[in-house]
Design a binder for this molecule. Structure first.
Ligand code: PMP
Length: 403
C-alpha cells in the first residue's frame, strides 16, 4: 500500500459542481468517523536497521534472518525465480513445495500437508471446502479474522454458523447438539492472536469425536511455539497422531518459521479434497519458491535446535511477570504473545508511540481487531532476546505507561 495523499474535500465539490456524483465521496466521511473513534490506521515502512528493539513482529524464534534461512531463500530465488509463475495446479509447483509439505506433516504428526500462499488463504480454503449447504460451523467468538471471513463465505454458500463462548468446549458441545447436521465442524484458533491465550484443544476434540464432528484448528501461533519441541497445539494437548483422524490444523509459515505462506495439516483424504476444491489453492498463485525454501530451512533449524521454543516461552513468562510487578494488567501467556491492557484506543496508540520513541517497537490492538474496551499493547516474545533486552522492554513499557 502506498501512503495516502491528504483527503481533499474539494474532490466531492468538483464532482458536485460538474453534476456528477463522486463514487468515492463517502470515503472522507468514513475516514473522519474512524479518526474520531481513534481508529485511523496507516502502513509505516520500517527501516531494516532502525535500531528499535522489535517486540511487535511474529518472528518468534528469531529465524527470519537466520543465515541458513536467508541462504536457502536466496538460492531458491536464483534457481526458480522471484515468483512461482502460476497456480500450483499449472506451473507454480516445485520440488521445494513437496519437500516442505512432507517435512511439515512429519513434524506436526499428520499424514499430509498442503502449502498455500498464506495462512489466511489456507484458512479460507479449508473451511469453505469442508463446509457447503447444510453444514454446521461452530466457531469460537474470538476467532481470527481469516476464520471469521471463512465462516461468512461458508454461510453465503448455505452453511449454518453458530458462535460459542470463547475457549469454552462445553459451549461448543452444546452448539453441536443444538443443530445436528450431516457435516458439523468446530472451528477455533489454538492460541488466540490478541491475548495469546490457548483454547481447550482436548475438550474441543472430545466434543467433536462424541458428535461425529470435524475439528479445524488454526495453529498459526502454536507451531514452533508450544508442544514438544514446538510441534504445536495438538502435541501440547497430548493428542497422538493416531487420534487425529477428525482433526485438521492450519499453520502459517510467517511467524515461528520466519518466512511467508500457510499450510493445512491433516489426513491424506482431506488434503486431496483441498487440492481439487479449495478455491484459494486452485485460483491463487503458488507460494514463491524463496518463501517455501526459507520455511523449509527454518523448520530444519527448529528440528536441530529444539530448545528455541522453550526459551521463547520462558521469555514470555518473564515479560508478563515483570509487567505485573509494575502494576500493569498483563495477560498470562500460554505461548509467545503478551498483552498489556490500555485505558482506551487513543492511549494505546500514544503508549505504543512513546515506546517507539524510547527505542522499543510494540504492537497495539484496538477495535475492530479487538472488542470495544479491550485496547491493548501487544508484545511478542522472541527466543533470541537476551536478558538485557528483556529488562529494557520492561523498563520502557513501564516508564511510558499512561498516567
Ligand atoms: N491465523 C491467525 C491466528 C493469525 O494470527 C494470522 C496472521 N495474523 C493468520 C491466521 C494469517 O496468516 P498469514 O499471515 O500467513 O496470512
Amino acid at each position: 500500500m502506498t501512503t495516502e495523499p491528504p483527503v481533499r474535500a474539494s474532490g466531492a465539490q468538483d464532482a458536485a459542481a460538474s453534476g456528477l456524483t463522486d463514487p468515492f465521496g463517502w470515503l472522507a466521511a468514513a475516514a473522519r468517523e474512524r479518526a474520531h473513534a481513534g481508529l485511523t490506521r496507516r502502513t509505516r515502512p520500517r527501516a531494516h536497521d532502525d535500531g528499535l528493539l522489535d517486540m511487535a513482529g511474529n518472528d518468534y524464534l528469531g529465524l527470519t534472518r537466520h543465515p541458513d534461512v536467508t541462504r536457502a531463500a536466496a538460492a531458491a530465488a536464483r534457481r526458480w525465480g522471484a515468483g512461482s509463475t502460476g497456480s500450483r495446479l499449472v506451473t507454480g509447483d516445485t520440488t521445494l513445495h513437496g519437500e516442505l509439505e512432507t517435512e511439515l506433516a512429519a513434524f506436526y504428526g499428520t499424514e499430509a500437508a498442503l502449502v498455500f500462499s498464506s495462512g489466511y488463504a489456507a484458512n479460507i480454503g479449508l473451511v469453505t471446502s469442508l463446509s457447503g449447504p447444510g453444514a454446521h460451523l461452530v466457531c469460537d467468538r474470538y476467532n481470527h479474522a481469516s476464520l471469521i471471513d471463512a465462516a461468512r463465505l461458508a454461510k453465503a454458500a448455505g452453511a449454518r454458523v453458530s458462535l460459542f463462548d470463547h475457549a469454552d468446549a462445553a459451549a461448543a458441545r452444546r452448539a453441536l447438539a443444538a443443530h445436528p447436521a450431516e457435516r458439523s465442524l468446530v472451528v477455533s484458533d489454538t492460541v488466540f492472536s490478541v491475548d495469546g491465550d490457548l483454547t481447550d484443544v482436548s475438550g474441543l476434540a472430545r466434543a467433536c469425536s462424541d458428535a461425529g464432528a470435524a475439528l479445524l484448528l488454526d495453529d498459526a501461533h502454536g507451531l514452533g511455539v508450544i508442544g514438544d519441541d514446538g510441534r504445536g497445539a495438538l502435541s501440547a494437548a497430548g493428542i497422538a497422531p493416531d487420534d487425529r483422524g477428525g482433526i485438521v490444523a492450519t499453520a502459517t509459515l510467517s511467524k515461528a518459521l520466519g518466512a511467508q505462506g500457510g499450510a493445512v495439516l491433516g489426513p491424506h483424504r482431506v488434503i486431496r479434497h483441498l487440492v481439487e476444491t479449495a478455491r484459494t489453492f486452485i485460483f491463487d498463485t503458488g507460494l514463491a519458491p524463496a518463501a517455501a525454501a526459507g520455511a523449509l530451512a527454518a523448520l530444519r533449524v527448529l528440528r536441530a535446535e529444539p530448545r528455541r521454543p522453550e526459551r521463547l516461552r520462558s521469555i514470555a513468562h518473564r515479560l508478563a511477570a515483570g509487567f505485573r510487578e509494575l502494576g500493569l494488567d498483563a495477560s498470562t501467556p500460554d505461548a509467545a504473545v503478551v498483552s498489556v491492557r490500555a485505558p482506551s484506543p487513543d492511549e494505546a496508540v500514544a503508549w505504543a508511540r512513546r515506546c517507539r520513541d524510547a527505542g522499543v517497537r510494540v504492537g497495539c490492538f484496538r477495535p475492530p481487531s479487538v472488542p470495544d474496551g479491550r485496547s491493548r499493547l501487544r508484545l511478542t516474545a522472541r527466543a533470541d532476546l537476551d536478558d538485557i533486552e528483556v529488562k529494557r522492554v520492561l523498563d520502557v513499557v513501564g516508564m511510558t505507561r499512561p498516567t
